[in-house]
Design a protein around this ligand. Structure first.
Ligand SMILES: Nc1ncnc2c1ncn2[C@@H]1O[C@H](COP(=O)(O)OP(=O)(O)OP(=O)(O)O)[C@@H](O)[C@H]1O
Ligand SMILES: [Mg+2]
Length: 238
């Protein structure tokens, strides 16, 4: 795992945290990605915007190794990862990547702290240590006192905070967030986006966040617009 790195100069000199090269993905005759190049550095937040069906989720899934590209390469910290075995990629996903989805996708039968600890437990962490880390992240996300709550007992915003804690607790180098605020009202959405960006900046994770909300996208370091599976423009917003 890559450690914390306070120097942004080092971040610029280091290889990008995650890179996609000439990525192509076809679903039957439909071309979902048509040759996408993308680099995201540690400490950088990239908003992925574009119309429905333009390939945003597909790009995230291909970069994360959940979906295999038909052509192109994916590099993590300068090393090619798309050609690794499924077992190695699955291990990388657990240790190096964090995921936040539109709906928290929390396990209904587990408490908030157990949900956050789950990826660490699956990765072989000690139960006590995993739960301690889970509580630390729940505190960080303003959920102290909700350790024992089940997802059904939480508001949408609280559940999404648990999902963010779960995505960040193992200190991933890359965080993929696919419309993390899509189900929330605009005020809660803005709060959730703020906390997500703040923590990623603090831990120097690279984050790719898909959003339909231009205002939320403007909070990222830069925005990348996708149309018909191709990058249309990259706009520096901060
Ligand atoms: N598993 C699949 N099988 C077939 N076609 C798919 C599959 N996944 C995505 N597609 C198609 O690929 C294209 C890109 O889909 P994708 O989900 O990446 O779009 P998106 O930009 O995330 O859209 P949205 O904003 O609606 O989430 C769409 O035309 C979609 O129908
Ligand atoms: Mg999508």
């Amino acid at each position: 795992m890559l450690g914390q790195e306070p120097s942004t100069v080092q971040n610029v000199l280091a290889p990008p945290a995650i890179s996609g090269r000439r990525l192509v993905k076809n679903y039957g005759p439909h071309r979902a990605l048509a040759g996408v190049d993308i680099d995201v550095r540690r400490g950088e937040a990239v908003a992925i915007v574009g119309p429905s069906g333009s390939g945003k989720s597909t790009l995230l899934h291909v970069l994360a190794g959940i979906v295999a590209a038909d052509h192109g390469e994916v590099h993590l910290g300068g090393s090619r990862i798309d050609n690794l075995s499924e077992a190695r990629r699955s291990l990388l996903r657990r240790s190096e990547f964090g995921f936040v989805f539109q709906q928290g996708m929390l396990v209904a039968e587990l408490t908030a702290e157990e949900n956050v600890a789950l990826p660490m437990l699956l990765g072989g962490s000690d139960r006590g240590q995993a739960l301690q880390a889970a509580r630390h992240w729940l505190d960080r996300l303003g959920l102290a006192g909700r350790y024992g709550s089940f997802p059904g007992e939480l508001s949408g915003g609280q559940a999404q905070r648990v999902a963010i804690a779960r995505a960040l607790a193992h200190q991933p180098s890359v965080v993929f967030a696919d419309e993390p605020t899509g189900q929330l009202d605009s005020r809660t959405g803005a709060e959730i986006m703020n906390v997500l960006l703040e923590i990623c900046a603090e831990t120097q994770a690279a984050i790719l966040v898909v959003t339909h909300d231009r205002e939320l996208a403007a909070r990222a370091t830069r925005s990348v617009a996708i149309r018909d599976g191709q990058i249309e423009s990259a706009v520096l917003t901060a």
